[in-house]
Every structure is written in structure tokens, then in C-alpha cells.
Design a protein around this ligand. Structure first.
Ligand code: ZN
Ligand code: ZN
Length: 361
């Protein structure tokens, strides 16, 4: 039998044990659990040691876990995980057990220490997240399917944008169509932000009715086979005025400059700076407060970041958004977001929707 993708991921994690000074690793963060094991249920502990890979879950999920995670030994635990977990930890002879400090509560850690007092708990940040940053072709294909579905649904709903329609109606229509086409979930609460609300970078759809002359920003995404998509387009209702055109063209230029800067070897901050410099040179630097982009995968926000503080070096297989924006309080805003994969020669855009300013209504 050929090695499974999960066996490869387990080996990649184990290869980091020595550097991390651990001989076992524990996670119950859903995306990390799924990435390592294939198990999609909502509860379960993944314990990886030098020789064992164990998935501890409760009676709701043991059957599903056995089907989805054949690389793992599935153990059913009782009301609490501690007895079964300490048995497995002892069996594997684990002395230094890595855990994810950003995924547990203070309460959990206290109880863990109480029940497994004979191991040393070692805080390990990002061990699985680092592996997840570089996608294989199957993962990229799932993200591309999610993005294609997202674009298709947005194209269908845009003709419904006209004065009097409420933001929330458009958001519901988008999600309904995504779900009907087979996406089991939206990737996040959709942003449909019209008129002055488009100046809110995260203006989740409200009851506001669209007015003539509004800019309307759509930021939407869905989940396909566990992987997320993320897409933003800004449209205008009726003929745009000069300032709307200017700001739109500026953001578009910044977005295209950011894309052109993407290639292996560049850092997240270098790509961020390429786009940010375009906006700053036009005098709107203070109106672009967020980072240029983020990784997308099993989670809609993951590594690597394209931001002023990101020293991550881009590598082929990383999937990131490029989404500059200009937001002017009281007036409105524009954001344009594509989802792309870093390739050896630069990047491949997983987004095909046009970026000309769409005049609707
Ligand atoms: Zn987005
Ligand atoms: Zn995004």
C-alpha cells in the first residue's frame, strides 16, 4: 500500500520533535485534528508520538473516526478524556508532551496538569499550522473549487443589486445559492457593506437598504471539502462619480502591484509593502489600515500573513489572498480581493472574476 497523505503529515510533524524538545504532541484544534488524521468530527484528541498515532474521541464519533482516520488507532474515551489519555501517554513513554497554548484555556491546562502530572507539558506554537501553510495539489484543487463556486454565485446575485434592496437580503441569497450548490457552509459571516458602511473593512451585512450612488463591497466565501474560499469585489450603484473612480482605480493598481510582487523567496512584508506603497504614494496610506492578505486553507484566516510584521518567506504551494482597500469614513470604501497560490515562477490566480468597476442598478 502506498503511503497516505496523513502518514506523510505525521512524519513531517515527528521530524520536528527533536527541535521542539518533545516526544509527543497533542492537539484538539479541529483543523489541526483534521489535517493530521482526516477525521472531520467536532470532538477528539490527536496524540502523536514517535511510534503511535492515536485519536481519542467519544461514542458519538468512534465509528466515523475509524472510517475517516485509518492511519490512527481510535480509542473511545468516557465522559472525560483524562483516563484514556494518560493511559496512552504512559504506553508510549512520553516524557515531554507538546500542547498548543493558543488553543487551550487556563482551566484546561490546570486539569491536564492535575491528571497527567508525570509528564512535562511543553507549549508548542504553530507546529501543525506551519505544515498546513504549504498545500498539496489536492488541497489547492479543493480551494479552487470553493473559489469557483463563490465567483459563480456572486455573478448570479450581482444583477439583484439595486436601490431599495437590503444588504442582508443579498447576503442570504448568496449563502442560499452556495449551500444549494453543495457547499456545506459559508466560510465566514458575509460582508455586504453599502454606501458609508463600505468604509467599514468588516461591515457584516446589515438591514441597510442600498441607495443610488452607493459603493457596495461584497466579501464572501464558502467551504468545499473542508477548504475555504475568500473573494471581495466592490461595485457601484449607478454611474460612479470622479472620486469613486479614482479610489477604485487606485485600489486596483495596488492590488495588481501586490500580485506582481508575489513569488517564492519574497517575505510577507515585502509583498505587503509593494501594494501599500502604491496607496501611500497617492496620499491614502492612513486609509489602508489592515494587512494586505492572509493564508487560506482549512481555516479562512491562517498563515502566512502578508503584513508589515510578517517575515515568513513565501514558498510554492502557499495559498494567500491579496486584498488592499481604501476606507474613507463617512464616504465609503473599496476593497478588491483575489485568492492565489504561490508557484515556482510567481503565482497562479485561483480567481477569474473581472476587476473592472461594475456599474449596477
Ligand atoms: Zn475576504
Ligand atoms: Zn480575506
Amino acid at each position: 500500500m502506498s503511503e497516505t497523505v496523513f502518514a506523510r503529515r505525521l512524519e513531517a510533524l515527528r521530524a520536528r520533535f527533536e527541535d521542539l524538545d518533545i516526544d509527543g504532541f497533542l492537539t484538539f484544534h479541529g483543523p489541526n485534528r483534521r489535517y493530521l488524521s482526516g477525521f472531520t468530527g467536532s470532538a477528539g484528541y490527536v496524540l502523536v508520538t514517535a511510534r503511535h498515532a492515536v485519536l481519542l474521541t467519544d461514542s458519538r464519533y468512534t465509528e466515523q473516526a475509524r472510517q475517516q482516520a485509518p492511519d490512527f488507532e481510535v480509542i473511545q474515551h468516557g465522559d472525560e478524556v483524562w483516563d484514556a489519555l494518560s493511559q496512552q501517554v504512559r504506553r508510549a513513554g512520553v516524557k515531554h508532551l507538546g500542547f498548543e497554548p493558543d488553543r487551550v484555556s487556563v482551566d484546561w491546562l490546570g486539569r491536564a496538569g492535575g491528571h497527567l502530572g508525570d509528564v512535562t507539558w511543553v507549549a508548542v506554537l504553530g507546529a501543525v499550522e506551519d505544515l498546513r501553510m504549504i498545500k498539496d495539489e489536492d488541497e489547492i484543487a479543493a480551494i479552487a473549487r470553493a473559489q469557483a463556486l463563490t465567483e459563480q454565485v456572486l455573478a448570479e446575485v450581482l444583477p439583484m443589486v439595486r436601490p431599495g434592496v437590503r444588504e442582508i437580503e443579498l447576503a442570504v441569497e448568496l449563502e442560499f445559492r452556495m449551500r444549494r450548490r453543495g457547499a456545506p457552509a459559508a466560510a465566514f459571516d458575509f460582508i455586504v457593506a453599502s454606501g458609508p458602511r463600505s468604509a467599514l473593512p468588516h461591515g457584516v451585512a446589515s438591514e441597510r437598504a442600498i441607495q443610488p450612488g452607493d459603493l457596495v463591497t461584497f466579501d464572501i466565501g464558502c467551504v468545499v471539502d473542508g477548504y475555504c474560499s475568500d473573494l471581495t469585489r466592490t461595485v457601484v450603484v449607478g454611474e460612479p462619480d470622479q472620486r469613486q473612480r479614482e479610489i477604485y482605480d487606485l485600489v486596483r493598481r495596488a492590488q495588481e502591484t501586490g500580485l506582481a510582487a508575489l513569488r517564492p523567496g519574497r517575505t510577507g512584508r515585502e509583498v505587503d509593502a509593494a501594494a501599500r506603497d502604491v496607496i501611500a504614494a497617492a496620499g491614502y496610506g492612513d486609509n489602508f489600515g489592515h494587512s494586505l492578505g492572509h493564508g487560506v486553507g482549512l481555516e479562512v484566516h491562517e498563515g502566512p500573513r502578508l503584513s508589515r510584521r510578517s517575515h515568513t518567506v513565501l514558498q510554492p504551494g502557499m495559498v494567500v489572498t491579496v486584498e488592499p482597500g481604501v476606507y474613507i469614513p463617512g464616504w465609503g470604501g473599496v476593497r478588491i480581493e483575489d485568492l492565489v497560490v504561490v508557484r515556482p515562477e510567481g503565482y497562479q490566480n485561483l480567481t477569474s472574476m473581472a476587476k473592472d468597476l461594475l456599474v449596477l442598478g
